[in-house]
Write a protein that binds this ligand. Structure first.
Ligand code: ATP
Length: 215
């Protein structure tokens, strides 16, 4: 069975324990050999991040350094072009070859918004999608936009073992520990002078302080 590679994109403005647990639990639930973290440069579908791409990339590097399964892909963060996941998956597909199983990791909120992503219908031809939700909050296709519900019904698969048998094309739900942490909340805490400690790793807190981010 080939290695299965996870791909985890996000703004990570800043990275927090919700992100780290998603990646960690994805490794276990989906039998991933690695998770490739892809901090975005210029996310096209949301407001500009508060911290620069270079700072966000550095925070992801700091937080993931101790985990040998985590690797950081700096390409989006180091590019001036808008960050489109479809482009990143095309690039990773070229690097790793047509047979490599790739799994795009998404939180349930990100999945529900997928219909607004650039060329989103092509994503399942480039990678599997794994959608993380909290226990007791499974994805309900009735509550998804119609096109996304159709994608869910057509591609949904229940078994993580299936990910290694094909390079792309499945949509797999998995549950993760509920951690109700959001980067927005952390930025707001910092703006108001409150401590974000224990919501994100200490080296990232120290980095934010040293560089006077989000104040
Ligand atoms: P913001 O508050 O700025 O919108 P965020 O904390 O939601 O940021 P993103 O960088 O937008 O973080 O998220 C990257 C990915 O991580 C998305 O797929 C999102 O669904 C997921 N994610 C974010 N927060 C959590 C969390 N607390 N638990 C699980 N997944 C999360």
């Amino acid at each position: 069975m080939p290695e299965v590679l996870g791909v985890f994109g996000g703004t990570f403005d800043p990275l927090h324990y919700g992100h780290l647990r998603l990646a960690e639990e994805a490794c276990a639930a989906l039998q991933l050999s690695r998770v490739i973290w892809v901090p975005s440069g210029r996310p096209p579908h949301r407001a500009a991040p508060a911290a620069s791409a270079a700072h966000r990339l550095q925070m992801v590097r700091l937080a993931t350094a101790a985990n040998t399964r985590f690797v950081v892909d700096p390409a989006e963060a180091q590019s001036d072009a808008p960050s489109y996941t479809v482009d990143t998956l095309e690039r990773l597909r070229r690097v790793h070859g047509k047979d490599q199983p790739l799994v795009l990791l998404l939180g349930a909120d990100a999945f529900a918004d997928l219909g607004s992503w650039h060329r989103w219908r092509e994503l399942t031809s480039l990678a599997h999608l794994a959608v993380a939700s909290r226990p007791q909050h499974a994805i309900d296709p009735e509550r998804l936009p119609a096109a996304l519900a159709a994608l869910w019904r057509a591609h949904r698969h229940g078994e993580a073992q299936a990910l290694g048998r094909s390079p792309a094309g499945l949509v797999i739900p998995f549950t993760i520990t509920a951690l109700d942490i959001a980067a927005t909340q952390i930025r707001q805490s910092l703006e108001s002078g409150a401590s974000p400690r224990y919501l994100l790793p200490d080296p990232v807190v120290d980095y934010i302080r040293a560089h006077h981010l989000y104040t």
